[in-house]
Ligand binder design. Structure first.
Ligand SMILES: NC(=O)c1ccc[n+]([C@@H]2O[C@H](COP(=O)([O-])OP(=O)(O)OC[C@H]3O[C@@H](n4cnc5c(N)ncnc54)[C@H](OP(=O)(O)O)[C@@H]3O)[C@@H](O)[C@H]2O)c1
Length: 335
């Protein structure tokens, strides 16, 4: 791999500003939840990351618990970074998170300042970084006062260990409060990360409005519903798929008759737009201009490239949008 000043890396990608901040993110970001753990093929992982960067995917999304086992996706990323990306540190955005159970005892879970501060130090060590670009609180904590958790995020910024901070999986009300608390500490909330797809439209019920009103960006995870919104399950369950690999997060029971009927109809619509179904699903999330980016998971370079191709066509006619609403009416998770 050789890089030049005019690599063309950024030409085909679209970048959107995260809320009212100065930071732009690629409309397609790469996530490390699956496919980068200890059991993943390191060469394939390297190829996915470096070819994504070559296509203008400048944002890599991690968390302390991604693997398996916990921490191993950060270690994989750290090795890839060291071997390939060190000279490009100023051209990439690396995020990590803390909020889910990570280590034994009372200080390895949820939202205390003790947990978040220690976890970020561990993440930096695993990735071999001096700082991350975005540090997220991964999920709201029903017990810790939000002031303490936001103080932990603000502390990370003041220490220079995170440039920006974000929230994930907060409700509209929780996000509004947390953003306000951060603001009172002199720290802006850069972005909120939530599940958003054609089948899961919960953020439309108030969260996107709160983010917009507060100048906070919105980044969607699992925009392909972990693979359901692709053509991969139309003719059965492929051996190398997430369902076949016995992931606890996606099981065969997710492929209901209603969903598969919708997927087949959406696949036809995608073809009429000269897109793959994965591209249609990503474009649909990005039709919402408040969506700063979608975070995709990719198991192969081909999947990653296919997803990046969504950036070529982000517009829909009103007839197409009504058709999609009709097709999905019977199988939405919510809304
Ligand atoms: N903040 C949070 O709480 C949270 C939660 C979940 C995820 N996330 C973030 O979001 C990222 C993405 O989540 P996700 O992996 O669920 O996303 P996703 O993009 O909805 O699903 C990824 C899976 O879809 C399949 N796929 C991807 N591209 C494809 C293509 N072009 N054609 C056919 N199949 C394709 C692959 O499944 P197969 O392996 O079956 O081929 C891939 O592993 C995570 O890595 C993480 O960074 C955050």
């Amino acid at each position: 791999m050789s890089y030049t000043a005019n690599s063309g890396r950024y030409d085909g990608m679209t970048y959107r500003r995260s809320g009212k901040s100065g930071l732009k993110l690629p409309v397609v970001s790469l996530g490390f939840w699956h496919n980068f753990g200890e059991d993943a093929d390191f060469e394939v992982c390297t190829d996915i990351v470096t070819s994504a960067f070559d296509l203008g995917v400048t944002h890599f999304d991690l968390a302390n618990n991604y693997g398996p086992p916990h921490g191993s996706a950060e270690e994989t990323f750290g090795k890839i970074y060291k071997n390939n990306l060190v000279p490009y540190r100023d051209e990439i955005i690396i995020s990590t998170k803390a909020g889910y159970g990570m280590w034994e005892g009372p200080y390895g879970d949820f939202g205390s300042k003790k947990y978040l501060t220690s976890s970020l130090d561990q993440s930096l060590r695993r990735m071999g970084l001096e700082y991350v670009d975005i540090f997220y609180h991964h999920r709201p904590d029903p017990e810790t006062p939000v002031e303490e958790t936001m103080d932990a995020l603000a502390h990370a910024v003041r220490q220079g260990k995170a440039l920006y901070v974000g929230l994930s999986n907060y409700s509209a009300e929780q996000a509004e409060k947390a953003v306000e608390v951060l603001r009172s500490m002199g720290v802006r909330c850069l972005i909120h990360q939530h599940k958003y797809s054609m089948m899961t439209r919960t953020p439309e019920d108030g969260l996107l409005d709160v983010l917009e009103e507060n100048g906070v960006g919105a980044i969607a995870y699992s925009p392909l519903e972990q693979g359901i919104l692709t053509n991969k399950y139309i003719n059965g369950i492929p051996k190398d798929s997430r369902i076949a690999s016995s992931s606890i997060f996606l099981t065969e029971s997710s492929l209901t008759e209603a969903k598969m009927k919708a997927v087949t109809a959406l696949n036809e619509l995608a073809q009429s737009r000269n897109q793959t179904l994965a591209q249609l699903a990503l474009s649909w999330v990005l039709r919402e201009e408040r969506s700063t980016s979608v975070i995709i998971g990719a198991r192969t370079v081909a999947q990653m490239k296919d997803c990046v191709g969504a950036a070529d066509n982000l517009t829909f006619t009103s007839d197409e949008l009504s058709l999609i609403d009709g097709i999905l009416a019977s199988c939405r998770e919510s809304r």
